[in-house]
Write a protein that binds this ligand. Sequence first.
Ligand SMILES: O=P(O)(O)OC[C@H]1O[C@H](O[C@H]2O[C@H](CO)[C@@H](O)[C@H](O)[C@H]2O)[C@H](O)[C@@H](O)[C@@H]1O
Ligand code: UDP
Length: 454
Amino acid sequence: MSRLVVVSNRVAQPREARAGGLASAMQAALEQHGGLWFGWSGRVVDGEAAAPRIERVDRIDYALVDLSHADHDQYYLGFANRTLWPLLHFRPSLLDYHRGDFAGYLRVNAMFARQLAPLLRDDDVVWIHDYHLIPLGAELRALGIGARIGFFLHVPVPPPGLLAVLPHHEQLFPKLAAYDLVGVQTWRDRDALLAYFRDELHAATGADGDVVLPDGRRCDVAAFPIGIDAAKVADQARKAANSPATARLVRSLEGRKLVIGVDRLDYSKGLPQRFEAFGGFLARHAAWRSRVSFLQIAPPSREQVQEYRDLRSRLERLAGATNGRYAEPDWVPIRYVNRSFTQGTLAGFYRVADIGLVTPLRDGMNLVAKEYVAAQPPDDPGVLVLSNFAGAADELAEAIIINPLDPEDIVESLERALSMPLAERRERWAAMFERVRRDDIAAWRRAFLDRLAR
Ligand SMILES: O=P(O)(O)OC[C@H]1O[C@H](O[C@H]2O[C@H](CO)[C@@H](O)[C@H](O)[C@H]2O)[C@H](O)[C@@H](O)[C@@H]1O
Ligand SMILES: O=c1ccn([C@@H]2O[C@H](COP(=O)(O)OP(=O)(O)O)[C@@H](O)[C@H]2O)c(=O)[nH]1
């Protein structure tokens, strides 16, 4: 069997808990398969990047490189997260483009290729992840790497006209043709990417996802909705049901219902709309006051980017206003927590929550929605309220599907979920759990790698 080499900017590092779906998904995929995981160490250092530090933990060899301050600013904070992230999440008005950042992004991709190439063997299968690393495949090819190389984009793909808003887009996206296979989360993302290749790059595209650019370069585009290790989450949730952290949460509720949200503090997650809707729910349904608490776990993310800092201040104001207005001496409506928890602890929290509230404005997949489903007790499952604009909505159609831009929709869904009869909750949950279990992280990895091997 060939060795699997995974490359991503964010690496779930040994002995370090960190929020983020890519890292938790690839951790699960590599734990089962073994292989090499190459990426950023998470450290920013003075001076130029040294050779990667290599460390083996269980079946995974980690090869981690530091970034210089300039690389971190221009590549990670700049082009990846101030330019590509808002663009790919349908928010061109937040896009901040600088030629220097684009140059830094290309420079870091070239540096990653130089650091990775000597570690590669001829029969490796190389799997590169996400918008930070679009040019990496072309850089590896330029260094003579002939291995099969696949690419997976974890975030959404907007329509062609929006992708073309990016200055010099025609210098970036054709680099995808260096990959043998380009995977995206949903059929909508696949159709949007194929339409971009056709409309903006004048490529020929086939029904099967094959793309031929005018200069003859070709690649294959297909959808592979990412999954979770559902058996592990279900097991963690069962075990955590009696853990001190879950017991403490349950005790603090004193019999009240619990609504839970778990998201990086990111403007794509629709958190202000969610906070406003919870306030609207309490305003409209006075009988529920003091009878339901909303726990929002929101670990800060990308804090050096201004939009993320603005969002944090806005959420503090919104939570403060709702709590000030409705709180009682013995009850606070919104419990707003800016720290991260391990997945084991989260599994216990999901299990005791009556509602999982997942309302992103755009999300590639949203693994929290799947984790919430996997963690439910089969005899008394909670209800998932899910945005139509999360990739997960395609597979979790039995959730209450809402449009997060309509606050009334969220308000009504909360009332509906809190009053849903047990039989209906069981029926909806069973259908979702069946799919989350079948299309799990191992199935996702196999589907991608099988097609890459074709
Ligand atoms: O690495 P960070 O800048 O700290 O951000 C965390 C990750 O956020 C994004 O996650 C995406 O991947 C998930 C798994 O496929 C998916 O469910 C979610 O919808 C995506 O937003 C980002 O794409 C990753 O690169 C980041 O590591
Ligand atoms: O305190 C936290 C918050 C989140 N997560 C994990 O971070 C991931 C978030 O993935 P998702 O796809 O929902 O969103 P992303 O952050 O990747 O945009 C999930 O696996 C969560 O379990 C975590 O481990 N601890």
